[in-house]
Write a protein that binds this ligand. Structure first.
Ligand code: 2AM
Length: 180
């Protein structure tokens, strides 16, 4: 399996938003709540692919390059805690149709290419804390950041020196959003 990589499609957060989220998180959660995800690692996963061979990766990149979906905007106004995986997350109360369609497309292309897809429904989220397996005091609200997606990306999850980092591999544009 030496030429396979652990891959996923995701939305990147702009640097400025990563920094805002990280500053807010430091105030909003107690240090013992969980292990903070590094600012550069904050992202919203669209489709997790698992270990993928070079050949399958190439096929999935080609399919991704043919996607012609519109961009979309959303508000990051939801928070939650999943104790079993130990995840505290940031999400949205109203997932835009464009986000759901893009994730559905990528997940069905992945499934057809032989990448196992979870049977759980897609729940768009940005993981803020890991190893959060004890009860966590969740703040009543977020600042409600606005987030616009005009592209989606392929990432590799790299585990080295005891840490996971997400290596950006390629990005594809989404079509211009229609004006309201
Ligand atoms: P998470 O943040 O909720 O853990 C890279 O691991 C990204 O893919 C993370 O955003 C992770 O979600 C997501 N992911 C989805 N399914 C996964 C799985 N079965 N194993 C690891 N990561 C998964």
């Amino acid at each position: 399996m030496s030429n396979s990589r652990r891959l996923f499609f995701a939305l990147s957060l702009p640097d400025a938003l990563q920094q805002q989220v990280v500053r807010w998180r430091a105030e909003a959660f107690a240090p013992e709540a969980g292990r903070p995800v590094a600012a550069a690692n904050l992202h919203l996963t669209l489709a997790f692919l698992g270990e993928v061979s070079a050949q399958k990766e190439l096929a999935l990149r080609k399919l991704a390059g043919r996607i012609a979906q519109p961009g979309f905007s959303m508000r990051l106004d939801d928070l939650g805690h999943w104790p079993r995986p130990g995840v505290v997350w940031l999400g949205t109360r109203r997932a835009p149709r464009g986000l759901l369609q893009l994730a559905e497309l990528l997940r069905s292309q992945a499934a057809r290419s032989g990448c196992h897809q979870s049977a759980l429904p897609f729940h768009p989220h940005i993981t803020l804390l890991r190893a959060a397996t004890q009860p966590v005091a969740i703040p009543p609200a977020t600042p409600g950041w606005a987030f616009s997606a005009d592209a989606f990306s392929l990432y590799e999850s790299v585990f080295e020196n005891g840490r996971t980092r997400y290596q950006h591999l390629e990005q594809w544009p989404l079509a211009k959003q229609a004006s309201p």
